[in-house]
Design a protein around this ligand. Structure first.
Ligand SMILES: [Zn+2]
Ligand SMILES: [Zn+2]
Length: 387
């Protein structure tokens, strides 16, 4: 039997368990850095399959590494398993986690035969927007020794190289002074007005930024009562640009809008976060082409998406990984339209038959791509060359 058939058979022997695990993670959504159950269940599955597992690596209790094989080419497969506040697994990270484990089990079956080491890197807290799992794991050495990395991410349809842009999340806190809003308003300093001024300034700024920039946020504290001048208000914002360089240009212009709110009202401002942004994704063209071929061999299709191909989508800390080593992040379709990521309706789609098929196809296509990377001497040499 050839290596790819052996890998697929190994996946099939684990498929029922992985589908059950995907549904279990979906039924027990956990926020970023709190994914105690999901990370434990994934580690158990990998340990039972003979992987050498380290949980709680790099000071992150819900991060892990699980390694199998001893070949010289070392591929990392990233697993995400955090949910979104309020809407559960509306980004389908249950599928990401279980397809990563499935790919690793399948590739491990033939790892020594093809000269491969495969490591699942359990990367918490993809959705947090700043200082997320992969960013901290990269900083703290969890990716050391890994030559290339991959993962698949659920989406309404298959898309090989989504345009993934840089992003930075930060919080703003204003402090003013309470007072009776009617009897003694002149003694108050209105921290809610500071947010209003900032949002107005941001609205005006939108005329003068790149059409590909994004600014979006929520007020997390707008005051306590209408008859008390708000003394404490806060908001969370995410800003995005096509690249980290463009984001660096945009950031001070955004911050000045928030400072304008403090200046106009006499509040004080504190800005936190925003220090460890998500980078744009640099897709490795060779790896992407191999993934596509393997995926199509499984019967999947990459539709012509017109303007969707080039319009900026979301952001992911896999972008930071892709600047450090060759990497891919194909979107895998779960046939959810009109539901799209970050909607409750999308969450409901992440445990359908189409979602379970995406888990299986993503796992096998990634395992086969690992085998291709290991068995093409030219590609292997490029990936293993010192960076
Ligand atoms: Zn996601
Ligand atoms: Zn998401």
């Amino acid at each position: 039997m050839d290596a790819k058939s052996a890998a697929r058979d190994r996946f099939k022997s684990a498929q029922d368990h992985l589908v059950e695990l995907s549904h279990r993670i979906h039924a027990h959504p956990e926020l970023g850095f709190e994914e105690e159950q999901a990370s434990s269940w994934l580690c158990e599955t990998l340990a039972d399959a003979g992987f050498s597992v380290q949980k709680g690596i790099c000071g992150l209790p819900t991060a892990f590494r699980a390694r199998a094989g001893s070949g010289p080419l070392h591929i990392g497969i990233c697993a995400e398993y955090d949910c979104l506040p309020g809407i559960g697994h509306a980004c389908g990270h249950n599928i990401i986690a279980t397809s990563a484990v499935g790919a690793a089990l399948a590739a491990a079956k033939v790892a020594d035969e093809v000269g491969l080491t495969v490591t699942v890197i359990g990367t918490p807290a993809e959705e947090v927007g700043n200082a997320s799992g992969k960013i901290l794991l990269l900083e703290r050495g969890a990716f050391e020794g890994i030559h290339a990395a991959m993962m698949v991410h659920p989406a309404p349809f298959d898309m090989l190289r989504a345009k993934i842009i840089a992003a930075s999340m930060f919080e703003v806190h204003y402090t003013g002074k309470e007072s009776h809003a009617s009897a003694f308003p002149e003694l108050g300093v209105n921290a809610a007005d500071a947010l209003t001024v900032a949002q107005t300034a941001l609205g005006l700024l939108r005329q003068h930024i790149r059409s590909t920039d994004r600014i979006h946020g929520i007020v997390t504290n707008g005051g306590a009562a209408p008859n008390v001048v708000p003394a404490h208000t806060s908001a969370k914002y995410i800003i995005r640009s096509e690249t980290l360089d463009q984001l660096t240009e945009l950031r001070p212009r955004i911050y000045r809008c928030f400072e304008a709110g403090a200046l106009a009202t006499g509040s004080t401002i504190e800005l936190t976060g925003g220090d460890k942004p998500y980078a744009e994704m640099r897709h490795d063209e060779v790896m992407a082409a191999l993934y596509r071929r393997n995926s199509e061999a499984l019967g999947r299709q990459f539709p012509n998406l017109g303007e969707w191909e080039t319009r900026p989508t979301g952001s992911t800390d896999m972008g930071n990984v892709s600047l450090a080593m060759p990497a891919i992040h194909p979107m895998i379709g779960i046939n959810s339209l009109p539901a799209v990521n970050h909607q409750p309706e999308f969450a409901a789609h992440c445990i359908t038959a189409d979602a379970d098929k995406a888990l299986a196809d993503g796992a096998v296509a990634m395992a086969w791509t690992c085998i291709d990377l290991a068995t093409d001497q030219g590609i292997r040499a490029r990936l293993m060359a010192p960076r």
